[in-house]
Design a protein around this ligand. Structure first.
Ligand code: PBG
Length: 325
């Protein structure tokens, strides 16, 4: 009709059925991974004030949470341990009877292969200085001495039955160190999800409470500068070359450009971690009635998938799974 546009994109937006049919991005429960915290010696779950709705589990409630996640169809679990005591070497991380190894054994005993059981492979929850590695005499994070600790931790976790380890400390060579330690110990079937492009982010703030971190400084000497994009591609290429089976970008929402570039660059599955601060911001705004909680959560998850992440780690995994297929 003269004077009116011939192109009418609105036609495909008219009904919910049309919108569903043409939706280019879908989020399903199988894409979501639930991070879980377990605290050594806890007799009841401890709420994390900065993350309303998230707790540090006891051994018992962790098992229940794992069962609930499997029932919801969640694709995987990422376990974090909070030890009762910490030291300079992060000894708890490599103790077969330490909180994380015990949690892995408990969860695998409970859910078997019904979901993917992953463990964060890092020392920061276990060190008294709170850094992701061991320190040199002058207080710097010692890259290569840390690799030896990661190698040991990988084998301990594999022996506990973990399906996937997630090295998250951003040490150079960490994927190669973990891969070769696993292979040497006969665990060549254990996969590595590399926290490949991990930024030194303020969005990890609430996580510090979640794992009772003792960190006083920052992680800028090993995590990436938020200003850099090409560096992420370099980190990802290194991790893939070192044998990463999957790579992760972290945080998610402020780094969707990084997710897209990484997804375009590699053929291994790409994950993105919607971190504690991303969670807390939405919860805080929703609690004030400033945004629609459910719509906002689904929009964030859709955006992360749309940017190219096949897998999304999110503290909303179980709840969101209930809204999704
Ligand atoms: C390191 C680790 C951190 C997170 C996941 N693994 C903390 C950090 O690097 O400072 C943050 C996750 C979150 O904020 O939700 N073990």
């Amino acid at each position: 009709m003269a004077g009116y546009p011939d192109e009418r994109p609105r036609r495909l937006r008219r009904t919910p059925a049309l919108r569903r049919l043409v939706a280019q991005t879908r989020v399903s429960s199988a894409d979501l991974v639930l991070p879980l915290f377990v605290r050594e010696g806890a007799v009841e779950p401890t709420p994390i004030a900065a993350m309303p709705g998230v707790v540090q589990h006891t051994r018992e409630t962790l098992r229940k949470a794992a069962v609930e996640a499997v029932a919801a169809g969640v694709g995987g679990l990422m376990l974090f341990g909070v030890p009762a005591s910490k030291d300079a070497a992060g000894s708890g991380a490599t103790d077969p009877d330490g909180v994380l190894s015990v949690a892995v054994r408990d969860v695998v005993a409970e859910v078997g292969d019904a979901t993917v059981v992953m463990a964060d492979l890092c020392l920061d929850e276990f060190t008294d200085h709170g850094h992701c590695g061991v320190l040199t005499a002058d207080g710097a994070v010692d890259n290569d001495a840390t690799l030896a600790r990661y190698a040991e931790m990988a084998v301990v976790l594999a022996e506990s039955g973990v399906h996937v380890v997630g090295p998250s400390g951003m040490m150079d060579g960490q994927v190669a160190a973990v891969r070769s330690a696993l292979d040497l110990a006969g665990h060549d079937d254990i996969a590595v999800l590399a926290y490949a492009a991990k930024y030194a982010s303020a969005f990890y703030g609430p996580f510090r409470e979640a794992v009772a971190s003792s960190l006083t400084g920052d992680r800028k000497s090993y995590q990436q500068d938020p200003a850099n994009l090409d560096e992420a591609l370099r980190e990802v290429a290194l991790d893939v070359a070192e044998g990463a089976d999957m790579v992760m970008v972290k945080p998610a929402s402020s780094y969707l450009d990084v997710v897209r570039r990484v997804a375009d660059a590699v053929s291994v599955p790409v994950a993105a971690y919607q971190v504690s601060g991303e969670y807390s911001m939405v919860e805080a705004a929703a609690a004030n009635g400033w945004i629609d909680r459910e719509r906002t959560i689904l929009e964030t998850l859709t955006s992360i998938r749309r940017a190219g992440a096949q897998i999304v780690l999110t503290y909303w995994a179980v709840e969101a799974a209930g809204w999704l297929e």
